[in-house]
Design a binder for this molecule. Structure first.
Ligand SMILES: [Zn+2]
Length: 105
């Protein structure tokens, strides 16, 4: 879980990374079904519809779940990006950086 940028609660759930693997498997199924369809000859007429819609549904659904935005359990808002935790240094460890150098003019 990560922190919500809207309500600051530690309650943002992101989709599992296994959905990305499932999406890759769905593409493998689609390629495999095209290869298999080329090998079975005229029987493809009856199998083309379930193969086509099965592959299309698998690719669409696993892609939707793999790249869905995270959702906060506390406020219900979406969090578009995975936020990395911010590491802050203790006050005594901070030192000025000298600002930006934009040339010697
Ligand atoms: Zn929230």
């Amino acid at each position: 879980m990560t922190r919500c940028p809207h309500c600051r609660e530690l309650a943002v759930r992101h989709p599992s990374r296994l959905w990305t693997a499932a999406h890759a498997l769905a593409w493998l199924y689609a390629f495999g079904s095209v290869l298999g369809a080329s090998l079975i000859g005229p029987f493809i007429v009856g199998l083309s519809v379930p193969l086509l819609f099965g592959g299309a549904c698998l690719i669409a659904e696993t892609g939707r779940r793999a790249w869905a935005p995270g959702e906060c359990d506390a406020c219900g808002k979406y969090v578009a990006h995975r936020l990395t935790p911010v590491v802050t240094a203790p006050a005594g460890k901070l030192r000025p950086t000298g600002g930006l150098s934009l040339g010697s003019r």
